[in-house]
Design a protein around this ligand. Sequence first.
Ligand code: 5AD
Ligand code: SF4
Ligand code: FES
Length: 360
Amino acid sequence: MNGLDTILTKQDLNGDDLVYLLGLQGMQKAQLFEHAASVKASEVGNVVYFRGLIEFSNICEKNCFYCGIRKDNKNFQRYNLSDESILAAAVFAHKNNFASIVLQGGELSSAMFTKRITQLLQKIHKATEGALRVTLSLGEQPKEVFQEWYDAGAHRYLLRVESSNPNLYRKIHPQNPKHRFENRLQSLNDLKDTGYQVGTGVMIGLPFQTPEDLANDILFMRDFGIDMVGMGPYIEHSDTQLYKYRGLLMPQEERFQLSLKMIALLRMVMPKINIASATALQAIDKLGREKALKVGANVIMPNITPGAHRDDYLLYENKPCTEDSADDCKNCLEVRVALSGNTIGYGSWGDSIHFQQRDK
Ligand code: 5AD
Ligand code: SF4
Ligand code: FES
C-alpha cells in the first residue's frame, strides 16, 4: 500500500486529508477518481436519475454578487412562465418517464408568490396523477411557507449554502438583512425539520476561496446530514460585482478539475446521498457532466424549460442548452449518460438513500 491507498481507505476523512486529496494531480488524481467510482458503484449503483429542470422565472429580489440574474442587472429580459406552460413541462417529464422535476426560480417572498406555488403544486399533482416527485429551488422562505409547500406535494428542496465559511459568504453577498449567512442556515434547518429531502451545494473556485474552505464545505454537508448535493464551478459573469476579481481566479480548467475532485470526495464521505452533475460543469468542458457521472455523481437535470426564454436564465456565462428544446436535452443526455457507463433510472423516483435511512 502506498500513502494514498492508506488515506483512500480511511473510514473518516478529516479536513487535512481532504485538503491533501484536493491537491492531487496526474496518476494520483486518477487513482482518487477510480476509488470514488468504485464507491459509487457499490453504494448507489451505476444508475443516473433524471430531474426535469423547469426554470420558470428569472425574477429575483436578491443581489448575489456572482449571479447574472440578480435584481439590479438590467441587461436582459425578465420572464415568468404561465402556469399552463409549467404544467405542460411537468406533463412532458411525466410522459417521458422522468419521475421527478425541479421547479427553479429567482427568490421571491410574498403571500401571492407562496400561494401561486401552492396552487401550482396542486395542479401538477392532479395533471400527473401524483406520479412526479417535485423538488423546489426557490430560495429562503419562512418555515410556514416550507410547510405549506410540503403539504401541497413538494418533498425535496434545494438551497445551496454557496460557501459554508461565513466570511467568504459575506464577501460574495451584499451586507444587508436579505443576504445573511445565518438565515441560510436557519432555512436549511427548517427544511430538514419540515421533513424535506434537503439539498445544498457550493460554488467551487470562487475568488478568495481556499482549499481549506472547500474541505470544510464537505465536512459541513456531512455534519448537517444533507441528502442531496449539487455543486459546480464558479463561472464569472461580466454583469456582476465579483467580475472585478476575475484576475484572482484559477483558470477555468483548474476550477473544473477541482469540482470533479469535490464530487469524488463527497461520494467517499457521504456514499448514500444523491449528487447532481451540475450544468455549470458543461459550461467549461463539453463532456463535463459525463465526467462528473464517472467520478461519483448520480443525478442529472435535463433542462425542460419551455419556450423562448432559456437564454434569459443566464446565471453565468457559456451556459449550455440555451438554444435547445426539452426533447434535445433528453436525447442528448441519454447519449451522454450511456457514454459515462451508467443507465438511466427511468420511472424511478430515485430518492436519496441517505434520506431513507436517516432519523427523521
Ligand atoms: N457561477 C456558477 N454558479 C452560479 N450560481 C449562480 N451564479 C453562478 C455563477 N456565476 C449558482 C448558485 C445558485 C444556483 C442556482 O446557481 O450556486 O445557488
Ligand atoms: Fe437570485 Fe439565486 Fe441569483 Fe442570488 S443566486 S441573485 S438568489 S437567482
Ligand atoms: Fe441540453 Fe445537451 S444537455 S442539449
